[in-house]
Structure formats: structure tokens, C-alpha cells
Design a protein around this ligand. Structure first.
Ligand code: ATP
Ligand code: MG
Length: 570
């Protein structure tokens, strides 16, 4: 796995590299053919979230695809809230969705709501009734399901299937007027109960739900089903390419059937493989459950695959867009390795994040030959990837902290960090030598006593070299900082295909959050929320939204290298 990453790092092409030859994905091929044939003057796509939860990285993939295609071909994209189910939808989600789409870097041409089309959809339903293509069914849901047949057996016609147009119109009007209780009647399309595609066996168009809607209030008590509302909404907006995930391919004949029989704008549906990620669940229902049952601190918990969670974790819009591009567009379901996402954020933060020194697991070092009370300012480069990021001064003094991991009392061969009698370079400072190991009565190492070589100050032109360089923080100047270290939220890679008898909650990783107190150089104080930094040698970190000027809090976005692969023994 590590090798794979190294290979990727070498061959990866930055997205702005125009010189590379790129082949078209199948959606681009379709669009180019349509434009060349003059089928459309310009294309119009849509992103159609149901406002029943926060967006996740799967939605981000869909957003990048829909907005990205429109942008590439000079078209536009609508944001349409697919708010046809009053029971689960809330305005809170609408606002969060808009914020997330904008944050990802996209602006929609129009903000629409499927609920704005309720009147039109109702009229069209009446039209289908008049054409003899829809009827009111009094059977209970259970009965309807039972008589639908199986893949090998045709369904049974409803006893209400041959109601007259007049009776159907009358009943449907009264359904709308609120005369009937939930579940007592539905409107069904009259297609074919023996159709090989089960979805074409007189599918439901409307059901009765006496529940207030977040936008239409109590105006409606009948609500259109997804299959009826979705294609018709596309058509109303003149969407040219309606892109959805693969599981909707069996719905396409129905999508087309409604459009043909209503003789309305012929939007076309195309399917691509939904994004699955290892160690991740990605259904809003499950994410909501994690929030409600307090497995995580909220929708924006940095361990969540939600866009707001990833933002708080330290992901940037650029890194998510890069990820969407790398994933590409597939026609077959697949599972993407979470480490690709991590690779993308490293790639972006490497260019963006200033470097600082912080010690997560401190071990005190006293430099015995360094004058007491003296402080030196060591010049440090903020970002080797970005000259404009400038330099800063890091205070150095007699007592410092180093990472406990950077010392070994009995080191193996080729250990180039600190060990008794050995030397190491302190980043931006001097070479020090470990002279003495101080322990408490229990035998734990509490302190190292070292000496430094005055002639080896960084930048002084000293020619003496040692193999290892470690980071450090001056004890007298160090700030104390809460640092939140995250691990995967689930212990199982293939969360998308668990055995039937296992619940996804059985695989929650109990150790996915570890909070520690770190020592940091003073320059790390007072950074704004969501500022991205690199703690040298440790990873990329981002200022959490819980941070205050007096109480800094950092989230570890990602380590510098993929350490998981090793632990998992892959
Ligand atoms: P969920 O099952 O997570 O609730 P959904 O498909 O029901 O997802 P919607 O709000 O209906 O969520 O989806 C809005 C758009 O995002 C749809 O076009 C849908 O196809 C797309 N989408 C949702 N999940 C993914 C995913 N994992 N990969 C790619 N696209 C997705
Ligand atoms: Mg949905």
C-alpha cells in the first residue's frame, strides 16, 4: 500500500496541468455527441439533494460531476431540493446544503424546489388520468406489494384498475382535498402488471400524508413519489442531462414513460457508479443515526464523511475536487480506498500549509552547557513549497521538549535519532549529544541531559553533519494546545457489503478519537478557525471551531504518511 502511494505521488498529474492527454469519460462523450449533433444549444444539469440530512463526500462527487460537466461545456447547473417527503425534511438541512455546495466552489444558476412544482405535477397527474393512464387504488400498501408479483411471476391487476376516468378524477380531487386518511388510497400509473421490469407494474404516483411540509405547510396532503416527481421536475426545468447513480438504471424506463405520455420536454437520465469509500458509511439515514445516538459529536464531527465534518477536519474544497477527479466516472460499482482521499488532502495542504514545530508526546531535554536564561531566535522557513510564505523566528533555550519517540535508550542499528552517547540535529538549531538519561524510581525516563555544539548553529555555514534531524519546542516559550487525533470511524474496510446479519454499528472504532495536550512553538497561537498548518514530521493539522484565543484546539487532518497500511498489515 505504501508503495502504491509513493507511485501515485510520482505519477499524479496536478489538475491544472493542461499538457496531459486526457480521454473523455462516458458522460463527456454523450454530451459532446449531443452538442455536435445540435440536440441542445447548451447543456443544463442539476444537483437534486433531498433535504433530509447533511451532504457527504458521495454527494460531493455528484456535485463536482454535475457542476463540473456544465462548466466544461459552457452550460449551467440548477440546485433543486427534492423535497417531496414532508416527514423527514427540514429547513436546517436546506441551509446547510447550500453552504456546502458554495464552499465546494460551485454556484448554481437557479435554486429550485420540487415542492414548487406540486401544482404542475398535480395537473399532469390529472392529464394521465384523463388519458386512462392513471387510477386511484384503494388497496392497502401491503396488498399492493403482495399483488405486484415476482421477477418470474406477473402481478395481479387491482380490482380498482378499471375505474372510469370520471371516478378517478373525482377520487383524486378528493384525495387532494383531504377527505381520506393516510394509506387509504394511492394514485397509480396504469402500465402493465406483467411487465418484466417490476417498477413498471403500475407504480405509485401519489400517496396521502397528512404532515406539514417545510415549505408548503398544510397546503398539500398528497405527495408525489420520487419516480413521478423527479423526471417531471427535470423536464419542467429543461434539464438536458439528468445524472444519477447506478441503482436508478431500472427506473429509467419509467422516467421515460412519464415524459413520453405527458409529451413534455425530453430530459434524459444517465447513470454512473455511486461513490463508496472503505471504512465509511455514506447513507444519510445511518449518518443521522450516528449523530442521534451520540456515536459522534454532531454532523460536523471531524470523523464524519459529511462535507461539514471534512471541512472541520481540515479538508479543503480543492482537495475534495481533486479527489472527485481522481475517482473519475465509472459505470460499475466500486469501492475507493480512503487513502486516496487522504492522499488528495496531503497533496493540497503540502502547498498551502505553513510548517510549525509541535511536540505531541513530550520528553524534556536539558542542554547542560547552554547558558541559563539565554534565548536565541532561530530562523525557520514557513513553507518550502511557497516562497511567499516567508520566514519566522522560533525561540530556542536551555530546556526543550522533544518527541518521546525520537529517543531510544537501546536503539537498533541504523537508528538515527537520539540515543545515549549519540548526536542528532535539532531542526533550525544545533547538534546535541545525549550525555545522561534521568529516570524516576519506577524506571520511567523523565529527562535527558544533553550538550550542544555551539559551532553547529543552522545557517551558520557549519559543515558538520549528522544523520538525523528532529523537531523540538523551547519549554519556556511553549504553548499548551489541545490536539484531537482521529482514526477511522469504522474498523471494517467493506462497510458497503456487510453480511446480512451484521449491523454497521458493530464496527464502530472505539478508538477513533484521542485527545492529547501538545506543546507548540509560540507562533501557533491565535490562528483563525480552520487555518491549516503542518506540524513538522507529524502531519497536517487544522484549527478546530472549538478553539478560542486562550484555548487553542487543533484537529489532525491527516498524518504525513500513510501509517495505517502498515498497522493493518496490508
Ligand atoms: P443517501 O442514501 O446518502 O441519503 P441519496 O441518494 O438518498 O443518498 P439524495 O439527497 O437523494 O441522497 O442525493 C442527491 C444526489 O446525490 C443524487 O443525485 C444522488 O445520486 C447523489 N449521491 C448520493 N450519494 C452518492 C454517492 N455515494 N455517490 C455519488 N452520488 C451520490
Ligand atoms: Mg434519497
Amino acid at each position: 500500500m505504501e508503495n502504491k502511494h509513493q507511485a501515485m505521488q510520482e505519477t499524479a498529474t496536478p489538475p491544472e496541468n493542461e499538457g496531459t492527454i486526457r480521454t473523455l469519460n462516458f458522460l463527456e462523450e454523450i454530451i459532446e455527441a449531443d452538442l455536435t449533433a445540435g440536440k441542445y444549444k447548451s447543456i443544463l444539469t442539476r444537483f437534486p439533494p433531498e433535504p433530509n440530512g447533511y451532504l457527504h463526500v458521495g454527494h460531493a462527487k455528484s456535485i463536482c460531476l454535475n457542476f463540473g460537466l456544465a462548466k466544461k461545456y459552457g452550460g449551467k447547473t440548477n440546485l433543486r431540493f427534492d423535497d417531496t417527503n414532508p416527514a423527514k425534511e427540514e429547513t436546517e438541512y436546506v441551509d446547510a446544503i447550500k453552504e456546502d455546495v458554495r464552499w465546494l466552489g460551485f454556484e448554481w444558476a437557479n435554486e429550485f424546489y420540487a415542492s414548487d412544482y406540486f401544482e404542475q405535477l398535480y395537473e399532469w397527474a390529472c392529464m394521465l388520468i384523463k388519458k386512462g393512464l392513471a387510477y386511484v387504488d384503494d388497496q392497502a400498501q401491503e396488498e399492493i406489494r403482495r399483488t405486484r408479483g415476482t421477477v418470474t411471476q406477473p402481478g395481479i391487476n387491482s380490482p380498482y384498475r378499471n375505474r372510469s376516468v370520471e371516478e378517478n378524477l373525482d377520487l383524486f380531487t378528493r384525495m387532494r382535498a383531504g377527505e381520506f386518511a393516510d394509506g387509504t388510497k394511492v394514485l397509480r400509473a396504469k402500465i402493465d402488471m406483467a411487465h418484466p421490469n417490476m417498477l413498471m407494474r403500475d407504480p405509485l404516483m401519489y400517496r396521502i400524508i397528512h404532515t406539514g411540509h417545510h415549505r408548503t405547510g398544510d397546503r398539500w396532503c398528497i405527495y408525489p413519489m420520487y419516480d413521478y416527481a423527479h423526471g417531471e421536475s427535470d423536464s419542467i426545468e429543461h434539464i438536458t442531462h439528468s445524472i444519477c447513480t447506478l441503482e436508478f438504471d431500472v427506473h429509467r424506463p419509467l422516467y421515460d414513460w412519464f415524459i413520453e405520455n405527458l409529451e413534455i420536454f425530453p430530459s434524459r437520465q444517465y447513470e454512473f457508479a455511486r461513490l463508496n469509500l472503505t471504512y465509511t458509511v455514506m447513507s444519510k439515514r445511518k449518518l443521522l443515526e450516528l449523530v442521534k445516538n451520540r456515536y459522534v459529536a454532531g454532523w460536523d464531527d471531524p470523523r464524519m464523511p459529511t462535507i461539514c465534518g471534512m471541512r472541520r477536519r481540515g479538508y479543503t474544497p480543492e482537495s475534495i475536487r481533486l479527489f472527485a477527479e481522481k475517482v473519475g466516472v465509472a459505470k460499475r460499482d466500486n469501492v475507493i480506498d480512503l487513502s486516496l482521499l487522504e492522499w488528495c488532502v496531503r497533496e493540497d495542504l503540502n502547498r498551502r500549509a505553513n510548517r510549525y514545530m509541535a511536540v505531541l508526546d513530550p520528553l524534556k531535554v536539558v542542554i547542560t552547557n547552554y547558558p541559563e536564561g539565554q534565548t536565541e531566535e532561530m530562523e525557520a522557513v514557513n513553507n518550502p513549497e511557497d516562497e511567499t510564505a516567508g520566514k519566522r523566528l522560533v525561540p530556542f533555550s536551555r530546556e526543550i521538549y522533544i518527541e518521546r519517540e525520537d529517543f531510544m535508550e537501546n536503539p537498533p542499528k541504523k537508528y538515527f535519532r537520539l540515543s545515549p552517547g549519540n548526536e542528532v540535529r535539532l531542526r533550525y538549531a544545533y547538534i546535541i549529544k545525549c550525555e545522561e538519561v534521568v529516570k524516576d524510581t519506577a524506571g520511567n525516563i523523565t529527562e535527558l541531559r544533553c550538550t550542544y555544539d555551539l559551532d553547529t548553529r543552522s545557517g551558520s555555514g557549519s559543515s558538520r553533519q549528522v544523520k538525523g534531524t528532529i523537531h523540538w519546542v523551547s519549554a519556556a516559550h511553549a504553548g499548551r494546545t489541545e490536539v484531537r487525533l482521529f482514526d477511522r470511524l469504522f474498523t471494517e474496510a467493506r462497510m458497503d457489503s456487510l453480511p446480512e446479519d451484521r449491523d454497521y454499528k458493530d464496527f464502530i472504532n472505539a478508538g477513533s478519537l484521542r485527545i492529547i495536550t501538545a506543546f507548540t512553538e509560540p507562533a501557533l497561537k491565535g490562528l483563525p478557525h480552520l487555518a491549516h498548518v503542518q506540524f513538522e514530521r507529524l502531519g497536517y493539522f487544522t484549527v478546530d471551531t472549538d478553539a478560542t484565543p486562550d484555548r487553542p484546539v487543533f484537529n489532525r487532518t491527516v498524518t504525513l504518511k500513510d501509517t495505517w497500511a502498515k498497522v493493518a498489515g496490508k
